[in-house]
Design a protein around this ligand. Sequence first.
Ligand code: PMP
Length: 400
Amino acid sequence: RFEGVSMAPPDPILGVSEAFTADTSDVKLNLGVGAYRTEELQPYVLNVVKKAENLMLERGENKEYLPIEGLAAFNKVTAELLFGADSPVIQEGRVATVQSLSGTGSLRLAAAFIQRYFPDAKVLISSPSWGNHKNIFNDARVPWAEYRYYDPRTVGLDFEGMLEDIEAAQDGSFILLHGCAHNPTGIDPTPEQWAKIADLIEQKNHIPFFDVAYQGFASGSLDEDASSVRTFASRGLELFVAQSYSKNLGLYSERIGAINVVSSSPDAAARVKSQLKRIARPMYSNPPVHGARIVANVVGDPNLFNEWKQEMELMAGRIKNVRQRLFDNLSEKDNNVKDWSFILKQIGMFSYTGLNKAQSDNMTDKWHVYMTKDGRISLAGLSLAKCEYLAEAIIDSFYK
Ligand code: PMP
């Protein structure tokens, strides 16, 4: 009976790591998946995470089930970190927060909620976006369309196109927005542009749906990276925010994140939360505790919190250094023919090189540089020492 099952295609992002592992070359570089590496290209466990884990061991915490909505101490600090502890949405009890399986699981839970309560609504996704967004909404049977975002001519934001498409969407659509460090482009709206986007979304009665996977990782400041979300929340809009601690606390495999739903009243928030729990129960019953305790310990303790901010600045700083070096090497090797400054303007873990599929294939086939086929490279997987090699590979592939 299983003879009829066909082979699924490899995942466009995680499949890159599989191909990398199979390559025996010693010059190979994995710039596919967005995971932070040290200058020696080794995975990094944050010191604050180790300290929090030691505390947890000392306390001898048990492994009892969590409630469906997750660890209360985690849900409290995660919403405060996002909106700011003194934000009216927190003070007025208008946020429903449910701990979920990192960013992906939180998006998926919200998608299931949209499918049930807004069966006629569409979700608008930026073009391009993180590859899994479309999968998530497809899987939840939520219809989606795209809004213009990236302008290949300027390697920048197509702001006019974005506004036009949001304007043209049916009133009451969900607009998926990247809170900071847009993946894959690394191009974010300015604060003035965010304000205009919020004006339009408000006017059209749309529901903003933020995906925040890089808070603190983009600029190095937790508050600055949350400012887009806070702009919208301060207008009294109802909105969704999916949060992830994969990158900013390096907790990739702990699967820790949350879905936050801001409602117009505490009563509505309580009802929304009850429905999110109802959706979670038959899917995975309740979330894992370990990552939630780590976050609650780090964010809830002033000393660990400060140390975390320093480590995050260090990580964000290393990526900025690599960005600068790559730009320098590219400009030098190219004899300043092409303007590569877009690399410096992009923020976050990624750089969107503008390389097309054939050029990206050349990067992998000839140079053993593994990257997604949309031309995205993860600078978090690059060291200063490898920038020159990478610049050579990019120049060769670009002029092919
Ligand atoms: N959203 C975006 C934009 C991302 O880049 C990622 C991670 N690559 C995620 C969500 C979710 O990651 P996770 O499920 O590990 O939290």
